[in-house]
Design a protein. Structure first.
Length: 213
């Protein structure tokens, strides 16, 4: 009787031991899997950032909320006298959004604003992150990922935009109108009118409330 009880107790102890061991292994595997996923995501984010900043000036980094706030707003991007109403909006994180008014002298498809589609004016700017370069006091963005097509916006002491530089070679001051079809041999469709400050109308609320369907 005593021997039988001992054997049974020993068997139970062994079962508990292996059960605890198995539980520990499963828990470790789950924890390891989570860490690996996070690492992969971080690597992907780092890769995307390196791609976006590859051709930008040294020290370029995402702007703080304060820095992005200096230039946040809706800008008139109409160039020359073609009456094509085009706007770009720089949001609170320094991301650019582009809009084309569809009931002007060029377009006539409705009283609404269209997000720049592939091939349309400023489509290469749509969704692009502006980066801040402290040493140069400017914002910079590369328009086409695989080619050096850098546009920089310099700011003055009041943090108003006062200079625009294209591909490091062509620059202009406030009031300049530009219509570009290529930069460094890469096809682009860029309309820029260099303004020191955002327009008062339309606001981004006006634009978003009248987006084309």
């Amino acid at each position: 009787m005593i021997r039988g009880f001992y054997d049974k107790q020993k068997e139970n102890d062994m079962l508990r031991f292996f059960g605890a061991l198995l539980f520990s292994l499963v828990l470790a595997a789950c924890g390891g899997g989570g860490g690996g996923s996070s690492s992969n995501n971080d690597s992907g984010n780092d890769g995307a950032k390196k791609s976006a900043t590859k051709y930008l000036p040294e020290g370029a980094s995402k702007p703080t909320s304060e820095q992005a706030g200096w230039i946040s707003g809706v800008y008139d991007a109409e160039t020359g006298s073609d009456n094509d109403e085009i706007y770009y909006y720089i949001d609170e994180e320094g991301v650019v959004h582009t809009y084309d008014y569809m009931n002007d002298g060029v377009d006539s498809s409705g009283n609404c604003y269209a997000v720049a589609a592939n091939g349309k004016a400023n489509y290469q700017l749509e969704g692009k992150q502006l980066y801040w370069v402290e040493s140069k006091q400017e914002f910079a963005v590369n328009l086409v990922d695989d080619v050096k097509t850098v546009v920089t916006l310099g700011v003055d002491g009041n943090h108003d935009i006062d200079k625009l530089v294209l591909a490091g070679s062509f620059s202009g001051s406030t009031g300049l109108f530009m219509k570009l079809s290529s930069i460094n041999g890469k096809e682009v469709n860029i309309n820029l009118a260099l303004r020191a400050a955002p327009v008062s109308s339309p606001t981004i609320t006006d634009i978003k409330s009248a987006l084309c369907e």
